[in-house]
Design a protein around this ligand. Sequence first.
Ligand SMILES: Cc1cc2nc3c(=O)[nH]c(=O)nc-3n(C[C@H](O)[C@H](O)[C@H](O)COP(=O)(O)OP(=O)(O)OC[C@H]3O[C@@H](n4cnc5c(N)ncnc54)[C@H](O)[C@@H]3O)c2cc1C
Ligand code: SF4
Length: 331
Amino acid sequence: MKPFGYLRATSVEEAVRAAEGQPGARFLGGGTNLVDLMKLGVERPGLLIDVTRLPLDHIEELPDGGLRIGAMVSNSALAAAAPVRERYPVLSQAVLSGASGQLRNTATTGGNLLQRTRCLYFQDVSKPCNKREPGSGCPAREGIHRDLAVLGHSPHCVATQPSDMAVALAALDATVHLHGPDGDRSVPVTEFHRLPGDHPEQDTVIRPGELITAVQLPPADRGARSRYRKARDRASFAFALASVAAVLDVRDGVVRRAALAFGGLAHRPWRARAAEEVLRDAPATEDTFARAAEAELAAAEPLRDNGFKVPLARNLAVAVLTELAAPPARG
Ligand SMILES: Cc1cc2nc3c(=O)[nH]c(=O)nc-3n(C[C@H](O)[C@H](O)[C@H](O)COP(=O)(O)OP(=O)(O)OC[C@H]3O[C@@H](n4cnc5c(N)ncnc54)[C@H](O)[C@@H]3O)c2cc1C
Ligand code: SF4
């Protein structure tokens, strides 16, 4: 392993100052992804800036009824927090569907959003990969790509974004707060992750030296119900082949509001705007839900071995929306 410097930051300003002008610096959250990638030789930072002691480990109620989740809140604490379980169950369910209990205890909200793709070629430094080594090629396109993208991919990269949490945050219209050398800024989660285009080496729109400080949730729609469902090869400890995060408000059998996002299908959480158009003011029936999912997935361009993801995602969406539209069980 390449030798690296280590700094334990005590303030946000100190962390950002230490990273400024240092392309080889990396912020260290729980380390559950970054340290693995260092062991594989994929990441070779010159300086690790440990941000785990920063005072960003609180979940704060906001005056408008929303929540501000500090970037250092662990995945376990986030999933277990009462306001999250009660008002944003889709987020709690998404986080709990990822990794394992031990990993979730260590992993942070900021690190989860920035975890890298699990494409096999990206993780193997003996293979070319445009994301790791721009211009070297994308062997996944013709090689092993069963887990990879069916939507929004480019000739340069067909990787998927692996975070379950990010998919729920996309359906919830969350915002990412950043602090960097140029000060504070905020980016909607739906615009935070990129499609690969010509620059697959850039997973997100984060700028050099910027630190995620928090994720903000708008007030929950009290009339709506929400749910996350994930299809994967094993019941635990596996990334999504396809997943769905949905928020649905049905009144008198008609969809009043719907927000839908897919995971496991693209280089970013895929907010399903075409499906939402079909759902708006439509009867809350299985037929509507199927038409909505199909409208979104009409844009899919599966590769040789991952066409199964399209009907899988469709069926997940229909099942989740049908479940949410049914009157809640009384008990
Ligand atoms: C075996 C295994 C299975 C897993 N399964 C799943 C799964 O099914 N679903 C899922 O969603 N996840 C899964 N994970 C991923 C796990 O959730 C991530 O490893 C974790 O969320 C990353 O968080 P971290 O705090 O450890 O990040 P780190 O590893 O510390 O950092 C990840 C990246 O984020 C950067 N970073 C960290 N914090 C900040 C910050 N505040 N601001 C700016 N940059 C920052 C780091 O520099 C690094 O580039 C799995 C992981 C493992 C090892
Ligand atoms: S899909 Fe992306 S990450 Fe995977 S080999 Fe191709 S360029 Fe690399």
